[in-house]
Design a protein around this ligand. Structure first.
Ligand code: GDP
Length: 608
């Protein structure tokens, strides 16, 4: 066993927390990131903002400068920054969260959830909240675009509280109104919120900071709140630890260096020559040595041969590009380990592959075969499938090869509609395609999640339509009818009679029977349904309708008044086969109460 490298964590040694921005499209995430990275702050040589790999580092001096206008609440000490800076992930959006291999592991220490004050909660706001809650990532809500409130007076040099007080009465009223409606909408999502200056218990309340990413109003308060949250609410989480914590953000080609990985090194340190062990997409872990660590050069003038500085070692928390051999099958979103000695390599290999999320994805025994190039987008696809209750039996990274088709073809026996491979942004090898064509396995190949999902869904819908047509006469919808004695028009073949639908649904084609003493008498199938003298395809619970019932069996037609009476109950004649057909092809058309009726009829008919 590996001895845990226990280290002295100290609250005096905080690292820069990692911050992500997410929220609905067009709420201003990109603009907000620009503002947070404050492209307009003078860049002093020493303490300036530095661009890193995949992230921007905003150091303490800049944070001080940016938050100096923030007024401490009455009676409290002036705000003092204890963290060395913020590491803000450059690209906004969900992907970073989806990327994270296992639930509960999050690259981000704190997220900023952007909500447009004019629009309130939108679909991706809800999605983001779920994602954050799933990952256990705390977040602050930036209620953005306050400058769009009617006659808002902007002044980014003022603390938000003072700025709000300065506004005209009707602007304040509009602000309060929109704030409380956003809060209400968030509470409908199970989220309690309070304004940041109330400093309510963050376990119960998420904090809201109103901002404008365009004018800069509220940005100082947002930054101050992010800093405060990290250093006061979760200092333990952001104490620097020697234990390596590094996440692969992207696997990509870097000119002159081959395939490299962009990594956020949160804790611990890395140096040239370190042996790193990381999960590989081919099911085999990668063991390789760091050849170079690349950081963007701070000073552009030094750009002679390359854009990168190449330090010998680096320490968390920062973004870095790692150059090493064999990184082609590295997986974005995975974390990696460093082997300190030869003996550790084997153990770490197992450990690293075990952490591989593919192992965590729960597959069904029966379902479609899913393949993709990137875990982030694959997980997005799996989520869509889940929402639509489409089972998947296998999930793999990499191109579609013949053995994939062989595995997928097993579904031909069980459920042919799922004998499919959903290939997301990967190649299909020629012999794989040929084998699929020969066997009848469908391969859906697209570059984007939505396109792929759509084309697969169309296939499922077509399949469903065909099957419904095929099984229309086998699937019997359940119904119970009572005869209206004043409306008996014909007593035998065809029987024409007025009935009330007491439960279920009756359709043209439904076989009917009555229970008389101990036996069931088949009286025929529904040949026509009329309501107010017009033919209708279906009668529903509560309807009073006129039925034409035709005898289709070889037996002699049954007669009302002779074989059965007007006060007998008529019901659909169901069978095991018809129940199965309903379950298989018409599940969505039957309501809960219809299923209950099927269960009742099953008992009446003694179907096992
Ligand atoms: P994203 O899709 O969330 O990244 O949104 P963007 O940052 O691209 O912004 C979407 C649009 O909203 C752009 O036209 C921005 O100029 C605008 N926008 C963003 N933030 C603000 C804001 O605070 N106030 C106003 N008035 N417009 C904003």
């Amino acid at each position: 066993k590996i001895k845990l490298r226990l280290e002295n964590r100290s609250l005096d040694h905080l690292r820069a927390p990692v911050i992500c921005v997410l929220g609905h499209v067009d709420t201003g995430k990109t603009k907000l990131l620009d503002k947070l990275r404050c492209t307009n702050v003078q860049k002093s040589e020493a303490g300036g903002i530095t661009q890193q790999i995949g992230a921007t580092n905003v150091p303490i001096d800049v944070l001080r400068e940016l938050t100096k206008i923030v007024r401490p609440p009455k009676g409290s000490q002036p705000f003092k920054i204890k963290i060395p800076g913020l590491l803000i992930i450059d690209t906004p959006g969900h992907e970073h969260f989806r990327l994270m291999r296992s639930r509960g592991s999050s690259l981000c220490d704190l997220a900023i959830l952007v909500v447009d004050i004019m629009h309130g909660v939108e679909p991706q706001t809800i999605e983001s909240i779920k994602l954050l809650q799933d990952r256990g990532t705390p977040f602050i809500v930036a209620l953005n675009k306050i400058d769009r409130l009617f006659e808002w007076q902007s002044n980014p040099k003022k603390d938000f509280w003072d700025l709000l007080k300065m506004q005209k009465d009707h602007t304040k009223v509009e602000f309060e109104h929109r704030l409380s409606s956003a809060k209400l909408q968030l509470s409908e999502q199970g989220l309690n919120t309070k304004m940041y200056y109330e400093y309510s218990d963050p376990k119960e309340y998420s904090w809201i900071v109103p901002t404008s990413a365009i004018t800069g109003d509220g940005i100082a308060n947002l930054i101050a709140t992010v800093v405060k949250y990290n250093q006061e609410i979760q200092p333990e989480k952001i104490t620097f630890s020697e234990e390596l914590e590094a996440t692969v953000l992207e696997v990509k080609q870097t000119i002159g260096h081959g395939i490299t990985i962009d990594v956020i090194l949160k804790n611990g340190s890395l140096k040239i020559g370190d042996t790193i062990v990381l999960p590989g997409s081919k099911g085999r872990p990668i063991v390789t040595q760091i050849r170079a660590l690349l950081l963007p050069k701070p000073n552009r003038e030094l750009r002679i041969k390359t854009e990168y500085a190449e330090p010998k070692n680096i320490k968390g928390c920062q973004g870095v590009k790692i150059v090493a051999k064999g990184l082609k099958s590295a997986i974005a979103g995975s974390s990696f380990l460093v082997a300190r000695c030869q003996n550790e390599i084997e153990i770490l290999k197992d450990l690293s592959q075990e952490k591989e999320i593919l192992g965590c994805i729960q597959c069904e025994k029966r379902g479609v075969y899913v393949q993709g190039s990137l875990l982030g987008s694959l997980e997005a696809l799996l989520e869509l499938l889940k929402q639509d209750k489409i089972p998947y039996s296998n999930v793999r990274l990499g191109n579609v090869i013949k053995s994939d088709v062989v595995k997928a073809s097993i579904m031909l026996e069980h459920d042919p509609k799922f004998a499919c491979i959903l290939a997301l942004d990967v190649e299909v090898e020629r012999d794989a395609q040929e084998y699929a064509d020969a066997k009848g396995v469908r391969i859906f190949k697209e570059d984007t999640v939505y396109r792929l999902f759509d084309s697969f869904k169309k296939h499922i819908q077509n399949h469903q339509k065909k099957k419904r047509e095929e099984f229309k006469n086998i699937a019997v919808f359940p119904c119970m009818l009572s005869i209206l004695p004043q409306h008996i028009y014909r007593k035998s073949n065809p029987i024409i009679v007025g009935v009330r639908v007491d439960a279920g649904v009756v359709k043209i084609g439904t076989p009917l029977c009555v229970m008389s003493k101990d036996s069931f008498i088949q009286i025929g199938i529904v040949a026509d349904i009329q309501k107010n003298e017009k033919t209708i395809p279906i009668g529903k619970k509560g309807d009073e309708i006129c039925l034409k019932i035709e005898n289709v069996s070889d037996d002699a037609p049954k007669m009302m008044g002779h074989h059965f009476d007007a006060d007998d109950i008529i019901m659909s004649s169901i069978s095991r086969q018809s129940i199965d057909a309903c379950k298989e092809h018409f599940r969505s058309e039957l309501k809960n109460e219809d299923w209950k009726l099927i269960i009742l009829l099953k008992k009446i008919f003694g179907i096992l």
